[in-house]
Design a binder for this molecule. Sequence first.
Ligand SMILES: [Zn+2]
Length: 114
Amino acid sequence: MTCHEQVELMQRYLDHDLSDTEERELKEHLVQCAECSGLFDRLQRLDSELSQLPKVTPAYSLVDAIMPQLAELDRCRGRLRKRRPKNRPQPLLHAASLGHAGFSPLGSWLAALP
Ligand SMILES: [Zn+2]
């Protein structure tokens, strides 16, 4: 196994995702390879430091922020549906649904409609 492949084993070791055989293989390599051994020490230190960071709670709920906009968009859809003849494709509504995720300014524009 190459050093590059050992790095993947190191990451999986830190995730507690190695079989006994893989763990033995990694440790045998670390004894022989100073470069990988140094990297593994740094990864273990980093993993330990990251696990000690305080939990971060967002100041607001993303769901709570999005739900009112979805309700507004649904109201707009209702109005547009009434104006359009039935059985016609509605590309504008499809584009507006992309705006849900913030990928399109069209969603914002539709939400701002009176
Ligand atoms: Zn190595």
